[in-house]
Design a protein around this ligand. Structure first.
Ligand SMILES: Cc1cc2nc3c(=O)[nH]c(=O)nc-3n(C[C@H](O)[C@H](O)[C@H](O)COP(=O)(O)OP(=O)(O)OC[C@H]3O[C@@H](n4cnc5c(N)ncnc54)[C@H](O)[C@@H]3O)c2cc1C
Length: 473
């Protein structure tokens, strides 16, 4: 063991009866696996935690498959861990009590694209890139873009966002409805394709962000957007992080409808240059993207360029051709893996705080000062238009002292964000790693209210147990 999961998540494994395996094999044939390699792949995510293997993996192809797997597991009191694309970062997928990983990546049908209503319904295993490929000839697109090519079910389950959230919102704003298999095997459809509804409790919003702890999502209905008539992108370097971030704050406060604005610090720029063969200046940098009509894109860009100049931004470089833009944004999307190459063999402990935009400069600058005193390489990137930024603390997984240092820094970053009225996680979710911070953020009574919902919908704690909060107070 190099990097065991946090203490709260070290739990006794539940028995996995032979009768359950026999029943799963009868139902799924070669779509159930107990092979060590398959279980190892499903018992980990992109967090630095050591894997904790499920007892078996079922590859589901339909809502009915998921219902069957959940029914059989419930009959034997065995946990179910929904699995999308495995790209989560907080230990979400570790089978801390054992159980069956239900992999929905084979549920990859586009159910419908309703161009006139600007909606699409997809099976939960469809990835964001697959959906956008299917939309290519419709003039529409789906904007939510976590760095990984995550599944729509996983994105709904983690309430994901990405570089476009500053303009288009997160999964919270963009999921209209879900089909979900609950712990007692009932199949429930939430929401409609209408753009709004006041009909009862909002089960869609409850399930979005539930991290697999309330049910397995099998279908997702999302909003789509017209592809903008004009798009332009730019990069601009700044003498300091504070200058870069203040440019962003003023851009947002002025109401410029910017589509993307990403911060990348000097160390992360070095990593990106090496990884993507670019030659960007190794200084704190903002990546911008503007969407709209030709005239509005020009106007937005001029406004932002003049704000950047007031903060000593230099070398404002434009990328208007689609291939230049893709090169720039692919480089930004690959930043996580580029940063890992700064320290061969390392894993990243990532922070994910989000603060009110007015406190962003203070939070980033204090964090930068804090990190300067640390022996760990800690590049910073962020979706700063939302007040959200990530520190990737690069640790040698064989060095407990490095892990302890990363966790010390992590606690300080989160403490600072909470003091400033922010959250411990803007987009990655709680998983295992941030369970203590959830209590700091919402208070014991707030977490108790969440626990009451979990008890009502999953009284035997079958769905992804040991995540978000402990089942007993
Ligand atoms: C390089 C990189 C960059 C990233 N950038 C971002 C970013 O910018 N923004 C962001 O938000 N995230 C980001 N992430 C994190 C990750 O991509 C998201 O959390 C994503 O939403 C996870 O989707 P997935 O399909 O991989 O889910 P998984 O990792 O498979 O699962 C994540 C959680 O959702 C549950 N789950 C999965 N599928 C279902 C389902 N069908 N029903 C119910 N529960 C389910 C799982 O049980 C688990 O708890 C990044 C990750 C990496 C590796």
């Amino acid at each position: 063991m190099n990097h065991p999961a946090p203490a709260a998540a070290i739990r006794p494994r539940r028995p996995f009866p032979a009768e359950l395996l026999t029943a799963l094999q009868a139902a799924f044939g070669d779509r159930v696996s107990t092979a060590e390699a398959v279980r190892a792949h499903h018992g980990r995510d992109e967090s630095p935690f050591d894997p904790q293997l499920p007892d078996a993996v079922v590859f589901a192809c339909s809502t009915e498959d998921v219902r069957t797997a959940v029914t059989l597991c419930a009959r034997h009191d065995v946990p179910v861990i929904p699995y999308g694309n495995g790209s989560s970062l907080e230990g979400h997928l570790l089978a801390v009590e054992g159980g069956v990983s239900v992999d929905v990546s084979g549920m990859n049908r586009i159910v419908s694209i309703d161009a006139d209503d600007l909606t699409a319904t997809v099976e939960a295993g469809v990835s964001r890139k697959t959906l956008n490929d299917a939309l290519r000839d419709t003039g529409l697109f789906f904007p939510i873009d976590p760095g990984a090519d995550a599944s729509l079910g996983g994105m709904a389950a983690t309430r994901a966002s990405g570089t476009n959230a500053v303009r288009y919102g997160t999964m919270r704003e963009n999921v209209l409805g879900l089909t979900v298999v609950l712990a007692d095997s009932r199949v429930v459809k939430t929401g409609t394709r209408a753009r709004k509804s006041s009909a009862g409790y909002d089960l869609t919003r409850l399930l979005v962000g539930s991290e697999g702890t309330l049910g397995v999502i099998t279908e997702v209905t999302v909003r789509l957007y017209p592809q903008p008539e004009a798009v332009s992108a730019a990069v601009c370097a700044f003498p300091s992080m504070g200058d870069a971030v203040r440019t962003v704050i003023e851009t947002i406060q002025l109401g410029v409808p910017i589509a993307r604005v990403e911060f990348v610090d000097a160390l992360a720029i070095r990593a990106i240059n090496r990884h993507s063969n670019l030659a960007l200046a190794e200084s704190p940098t903002l990546f911008f993207e503007f969407h709209g009509t030709e005239a509005s894109v020009k106007e937005q860009a001029e406004q932002v360029q003049s704000l950047a100049a007031e903060h000593a931004g230099s070398g404002f470089a434009w990328a208007t051709r689609p291939e230049e833009r893709s090169r720039l944004w692919n480089a930004r999307h690959n930043a996580f893996f580029a940063m890992l190459q700064l320290k061969p063999g390392c894993r990243a402990v990532t922070t994910d705080v989000c603060v009110p935009i007015s406190r962003l400069a203070e939070c980033v600058v204090e964090t930068e000062q804090d990190l300067r005193g640390s022996p760990l390489p800690c590049p910073i990137v962020g979706h700063v238009g939302d007040g959200n930024f990530h520190v990737a603390m690069l640790i040698d997984p064989a060095r407990p002292d490095e892990l302890a240092e990363a966790e010390r820094l992590n606690r300080r970053v989160v403490g600072r964000a909470l003091r400033m009225g922010g959250t411990c996680t803007g987009e990655h979710g709680i998983g295992l790693h941030k369970m203590d911070f959830l209590i700091d953020e919402h208070g014991a009574d707030g977490v108790d209210a969440m626990r009451a919902i979990k008890h009502a919908l999953d009284p035997r704690n079958l769905m992804n147990p040991g995540k978000i909060f402990s089942y007993t107070a």
